[in-house]
Design a protein around this ligand. Structure first.
Ligand SMILES: Cc1ncc(COP(=O)(O)O)c(C=O)c1O
Length: 499
């Protein structure tokens, strides 16, 4: 989050109520009011301050009813205890905490194995704060490889402009990568009946300056898996015909811990030689609290050496490839706990349970008869639906009305060229059991009943439908004709806040 500094003189009304925090029932301990936007002059009792902050945080949404997020909201108490014990350990202090580093190394190995990395022992990877950082690292490796292939080293400018091909449905971190690291994004638009990347459309955008093609497992918008094996085959054909050799990066932020357990025969990972790197979020279906992510390369030749830094800050020599320096260790320990505690069988049990809850919810919603289901079976445990008839009320009305009951179910429009379709999305995570799910269905029915009878929600909750792209932002350079120009233009207006 970016936070603006508040000018106290512009604080609305400047009333005491706005400028100070003053807990009424704690007031016997408060000597003077506590300012809101300036550090207080004096200290206060820990009990009072903890109570005050807890009370304030009660105004947040209820995380168990937050069906908008893919991110873990529940872990076992044993995991929480382990996390608490590691809170003070800086992960970068490798010499001081060698066992923590050894545990992270084991996690990378387990994930590479899960993603079917070749047994040559040449795969490598690292822990990150989330998939966004993992994607930026993977994108940098693609860009460096492309640049090295032109015979240019770091610091040498080129007249050539790198581009990356991806569906218009990519998560915002890909747009950040392209903008922050000067790579032209080439977006494959969606269609009214296709909400993931089109293979032919993607190949049409590839040229000799394409650093990579992104395949998403699965789409943040609908939960669908992109056709990664088909993309790989099409890129093989392209190489056979005109010699252009372009790798695939798989953004498995959510699916990386779903597909290996639910659909182990689906080929999307290092079983496809064209897949050079994969990211996943440990804090999504890896079942760890935020934030932990992972990125793995199938072979060390795909991670150029000059991206690796050798840190010897507090002793020893440690190769690192990360955007952060200091970071917490707790999430890595928690990931390791889950790997050992659940094992492959346990993860499979969890994913099967989530999948059957998602199917149950889908069936109940289909029985209502008012919705079209856009999410597909055997993908992410997500239910994505649109209204068949939008003349009387919209999915935004349903989302806002559900919010009045405490449920957080986002409504948003799909990515460019399918943006006339507005959907509701329910992410099924651990914590959404059948009991809660059946309450959700009851509330959905009663909300629809109210809307049919003409009751509108008191307020329109639409925070997840907001575009974070600044108004008037320029589309990046057009390099492959009108098709891309249109895609870029539309990309500016797509909803960005859904995940
Ligand atoms: C497909 C996809 N990629 C990347 C991300 C970013 O992941 P993170 O929140 O771990 O940075 C998300 C988040 O929802 C996502 O759905």
């Amino acid at each position: 989050m970016l936070t603006n500094k508040i000018d106290p003189s512009e604080d609305d009304g400047g009333s005491d109520a706005n400028q100070y925090l003053a807990p009424i029932y704690g007031s016997r301990e408060v000597g003077e009011p506590i300012p809101r936007f300036r550090m207080p002059d004096s200290s206060s009792s820990p009990r009072l301050i903890a109570q005050l902050i807890k009370d304030e945080l009660n105004l947040d949404g209820n995380q168990s009813l937050n069906l908008a997020t893919f991110v873990t909201t529940w872990m076992e108490p044993e995991a929480e205890e382990l996390m608490a014990q590691s809170l003070g350990k800086n992960f970068v202090d490798a010499d001081e905490y060698p066992q923590t580093i050894a545990i992270a190394d084991r996690c990378v190995n387990m994930i590479a194995d899960l993603f079917n990395a070749p047994n040559s022992g040449q795969a490598l990877g690292t822990a990150t704060v989330g998939s966004s950082e993992a994607i930026h690292l993977a994108g940098l490796a693609l860009k460096w490889r492309w640049r090295n292939s032109l015979g240019e080293g770091a610091g040498v400018t080129s007249h050539r402009v790198p581009n990356i091909v991806m569906g218009a449905n990519v998560q915002v971190c890909w747009e950040k990568f392209a903008r922050y690291f000067d790579v032209t994004p080439r977006y494959v638009p969606m269609a009214s009946d296709r909400y993931v990347i089109g293979v032919k459309e993607a190949i049409d955008l590839v040229d000799e300056d394409t650093i990579g093609v992104v395949g998403i497992l699965g789409s943040t918008y609908t939960g669908e898996y992109e056709p990664i094996e088909e993309l790989a085959n099409a890129l093989d054909d392209l190489q056979a015909t005109n010699g252009i050799d372009v790798p695939i990066h798989v953004d498995a932020a959510s699916g990386g811990f779903v597909a290996p357990f639910l659909t182990p025969n689906l080929k999307w990972d290092f079983r496809l030689p064209r897949v050079h790197s994969i990211n996943t979020s440990g804090h999504k279906y890896g079942l760890v609290y935020p934030g932990v992510g992972w990125v793995v390369w199938r072979d060390r030749q795909y991670l150029p050496d000059d991206l690796i830094f050798h840190v010897n800050y507090l002793g020893g020599d440690h190769p690192t490839f990360n955007l952060n320096f200091s970071r917490g260790s707790s999430q890595i320990i928690a990931q390791y706990y889950n790997f050992l505690r659940l094992g492959r069988r346990g993860y499979t049990q969890v994913m099967v349970a989530l999948d059957s809850t998602a199917r149950w919810i889908t069936q109940r919603i289909e029985e209502i008869g008012l919705f079209k289901v856009l999410s597909a079976e055997e993908t992410l445990p997500v239910v994505c639906i649109s209204l068949v008839d939008t003349s009387r009320y919209s999915v935004f009305d349903i989302s806002s009305s559900l919010r009045e009951r405490g449920w957080i179910v986002p409504a948003y429009t799909l990515a460019p060229n399918a943006s006339e379709i507005a959907v509701l999305r329910i992410v099924v995570r651990e914590g959404l059991g059948m009991d809660l799910a059946s309450n959700l269905i009851d509330d959905l029915k009663s909300v629809i009943d109210h809307l049919i009878r003409g009751h509108k929600p008191a307020t329109r909750v639409n925070h997840r439908h907001r575009s974070l792209v600044p108004k008037g932002a320029k589309a990046t350079k057009v390099t492959s004709g009108n098709h891309e120009e249109i895609a870029m233009q539309k990309q500016k207006d797509k909803p960005q806040g859904i995940c």
